[in-house]
Design a protein around this ligand. Structure first.
Ligand SMILES: *Cc1c(COP(=O)(O)O)cnc(C)c1O
Length: 415
């Protein structure tokens, strides 16, 4: 690829996904669109979000409680309408996925089901420096079972002087601790470095030693292709406000593999997980819905779910395959344009199979100054302590020209 404005504009003109940008509101400053490379933190607003929300507000206004049962799209089945696109995006069967709750809540629910320590096998293998909410959730589950997190958590770190993990180190750790492990749980795509893990290989190794495996897909869903069913992943969960563009604090989703649907896993139950056909008989004794739906707890947040449904339709229409194709080019173009210098080091793996949209840049000196320079130029990335700028060009709404401009902003600064 040639690092020029003309070449970038040429790529935009021939981009089969170019029309999708028009379906999003691009934030502006002083009447000029910002270069928004922060979809890894909060995806942009689809223009259909407001329509979807307004539609439900009108139904609530005009029909009150009848909205649950009446009309073309009754609220009672709103989660059903999200399952087909979610299944497509996650590489799952519709019965294996369900939108519900928020991410950390779902992590707790799934740990209750899948973390079954015994006196001999009680340890959880994870990666060191995973997202803090995940660390706190694991720590609290371990304590709640009367165990000590320092002895029970097994954290795999990158090697000295390396920023990312080697798959072989994770696989070796699983094998080495095969007699003491109860669970493997980690991110599928690491939030700080942008590294994508080999989920298929990790799942296979965990299963060889008879241990379930779960993935946090907050940064993976809608970003990289997933085949959760075929990989045999036992469970997974994600949020919808990053690459799924479903709005701040939007509904989370879970995946529970079919092989567990008939099993008697322990769970924390609520009435929304009760067998739908008989939920309103309000009888004693919990009878779960089969599949992922049986993990639901509460009345769904219809307004948030309506936005989620509208946003999912866009990702499903573009298709993960097309999105990934563009994403690899877009992020590759960014990596080429940034050019590592004495001050900037890209810590995200260089090979496309090990990364999604995001590049994480380690700024060796004066990182905050570089970040402020970008912000001043209307480039929105984010800053992560102690020295990291994360930039995520998103194939649904970012352009090659924007990527080129970001490269130029760095060139201004470092030359
Ligand atoms: C964004 C993110 C979260 C956020 O959890 P919430 O419960 O939605 O606040 C959790 N884990 C990872 C890995 C994330 O990237």
């Amino acid at each position: 690829m040639e690092n020029s404005l003309e070449f970038a504009q040429q790529l935009d003109r021939t981009d089969p996904l170019q029309s999708f940008r028009k379906r999003f509101y691009i934030p502006e400053r002083n009447g000029k669109p910002l270069i928004y490379f922060c979809g890894n933190s909060l995806g942009l607003q689809p223009q259909t979000a407001r329509l979807a929300l307004d539609q439900e507000l009108v139904i609530w206004q005009q029909h009150g409680v009848e909205g649950w049962f009446e009309g073309e799209n009754p609220w009672l089945s709103i989660h059903q309408r999200c399952k087909k696109p979610l299944a497509q995006i996650a590489g799952a069967n519709p019965s294996e996925v369900c939108p519900m709750n928020n991410l950390t809540v779902n992590l707790h629910l799934l740990l209750t089901s899948f973390y079954q320590p015994t006196p001999n096998r009680s340890r959880i293998l994870t990666i060191g420096g995973d997202f803090p909410s995940d660390q706190y959730a694991l720590e609290s589950h371990i304590r709640n079972r009367g165990l000590n997190p320092d002895e029970t958590l097994l954290e795999v770190f990158p090697r000295p002087n390396e920023h990312t993990w080697r798959t072989e180190d994770i696989l070796t750790a699983i094998e080495q601790h095969q007699n003491s492990l109860a669970l493997v749980l980690m991110s599928g795509l690491h939030y700080y470095t942008g590294q994508v893990f080999d989920m298929a290989a990790i799942a296979q190794k965990a299963h060889e030693i008879g241990v379930p495996v779960g993935f946090d897909l907050a940064h993976a869903v809608g970003n990289v292709p997933l085949k959760l069913h075929d990989w045999g992943v036992d469970f997974a969960f994600w949020c919808s406000y990053k690459y799924l563009n479903s709005g701040p604090g939007g509904v989370s989703g879970v995946f529970i593999h079919e092989k567990h649907h008939g099993s008697n896993l322990p769970r924390l139950a609520g009435w929304w997980g009760y067998d739908e056909a008989r939920r309103f008989e309000m009888t004693k004794g919990f009878v779960p819905m089969p599949g992922a739906d049986g993990w639901q707890l509460s009345t769904p947040p219809v307004l948030a779910m309506a936005v989620h449904e509208a946003a999912l339709a866009i990702t499903a229409e573009a298709g993960m395959e097309e999105l990934r194709r563009k994403s690899e080019l877009l992020t590759g173009f960014l990596a080429d344009g940034l050019q590592e210098t004495a001050t900037v080091e890209i810590i995200t793996p260089p090979n496309t199979a090990e990364r999604g949209c995001q590049l994480s840049l380690r700024i060796k000196t004066g990182g905050k100054t570089v970040f402020n320079h970008l912000t001043g130029q209307g480039i929105i990335g984010d800053w992560r302590e102690p020295d990291c700028i994360r930039l995520a060009p998103v194939p649904l709404y970012n352009t090659f020209e924007e990527v080129w401009r970001v490269g130029q902003a760095f060139a201004d600064f470092t030359s």
